[in-house]
Design a protein around this ligand. Structure first.
Ligand SMILES: Nc1ncnc2c1ncn2[C@@H]1O[C@H](COP(=O)(O)OP(=O)(O)OP(=O)(O)O)[C@@H](O)[C@H]1O
Ligand SMILES: [Mg+2]
Length: 304
């Protein structure tokens, strides 16, 4: 059974804006799926459809085979959600908030207190746990919202920009935690983000969405093969033969785009045979960011 499934999913808001256009996609259990796209692409709308907060205009979606339109409470019982503006209670402490939200899922305070304390510790909120939420900073609230999403041991996590307000250290900590939840506990993660470098560190597969349409999905290697199958070879050498059409990018620094790693030994041999001394060779594959920009600009070209 797929953990999350979207079939021909579409959403037209009252007023006529089509925010999601016939998206078909599925996530295996334990996957950390990066759902990427520019502002207004339809990411949050998709998360809301998956949670039953919005009703599809066409198509359907399922979380462990449960349709959020018909059984939203069952979807909520097995999923945790972190949205951009998490609502919690300002007049309760961090710990009290977690215990309260656990009680909504029928977990007694004696049961939830241990988990709550452990989550607060993992998210570096231990010292603040007995302070009222009204005294929390934005980043602290965001971390507490992740703890809230995890308090009932969900099988799926929907994370909408979970690290946008976090400092680099907290963001790294949260990303590490997400990765471990997937790896050790088999939690499936649907992660909407603009932070492509973090996404590349933690996601196992990606979907790129623009103007409501899913442009492509796959692992980083699959996206490289489909979108940008070039490798940049960087060489530090005393000289390179002109016929190789290297670009000089600095003192004794040269770059050339190649199609396959198999070209590297031949290039190195040619440099040596032309009496060049080589000090360093490295091959750079396109990053997720490179692919994202190549794809979104291609999509714009296609629309012209
Ligand atoms: N309640 C609404 N009524 C009408 N249009 C809406 C509503 N919510 C969102 N939209 C529109 O739907 C489109 C998709 O919005 P959505 O919030 O899903 O994008 P997003 O990918 O989450 O963007 P961001 O990266 O800025 O969070 C946008 O054009 C937005 O203006
Ligand atoms: Mg959004």
């Amino acid at each position: 059974m797929q953990a999350v499934e979207l079939q021909n999913l579409s959403k037209i808001y009252p007023g006529g804006k089509q925010a999601v256009k016939q998206i078909t996609l599925s996530l295996n259990q334990g996957e950390v799926f990066g759902f990427l796209g520019p502002n207004g692409a339809g990411k949050t709308t998709t998360v809301k459809l998956l949670n039953g907060m919005l009703i599809p205009s066409e198509g359907n979606c399922r979380v462990f085979n449960i349709d959020p339109v018909y059984e939203p409470e069952k979807v909520h019982a097995i999923s945790g959600v972190v949205t951009e503006h998490a609502q919690m209670y300002d007049n309760l402490t961090g710990l009290e908030n977690l215990i309260f939200y656990a009680s909504i899922f029928g977990i007694s305070s004696s049961e939830s207190e241990k988990d709550a304390n452990s989550l607060l510790k993992q998210l570096n909120l231990e010292e603040a746990k007995n302070r009222k939420l009204s005294s929390y900073s934005t980043g602290m609230r965001q971390r507490l919202s992740l703890a809230r999403a995890l308090i009932h041991h969900p099988r799926v996590l929907f994370l909408d920009e979970p690290t946008s307000g976090l400092d680099p250290e907290s963001a790294q900590n949260v990303n590490r935690m997400i990765q471990l939840l997937a790896k050790n506990e088999g939690i499936t993660v649907f992660l909407c983000t603009h932070q492509l470098r973090y996404a590349q560190e933690i996601c196992t597969r990606y979907g790129l969405i623009e103007e409501g349409k899913l442009l492509v999905s796959g692992t980083l290697e699959e996206l490289r093969a489909k979108i940008l199958a070039r490798i940049t070879l960087c060489i530090r050498a005393t000289k390179v033969p002109d016929m190789l059409s290297f670009k000089k990018i600095g003192d004794q620094q040269y770059e050339i785009d190649i199609c396959s790693e198999n070209e590297i030994p031949g290039i190195v041999r040619q440099i040596i045979e032309s009496n060049g001394d080589i000090y360093a060779v490295s091959a750079k594959k396109p990053t997720l960011e490179d692919i994202y920009f190549a794809l979104t600009s291609n999509a714009k070209e296609d629309l012209k």
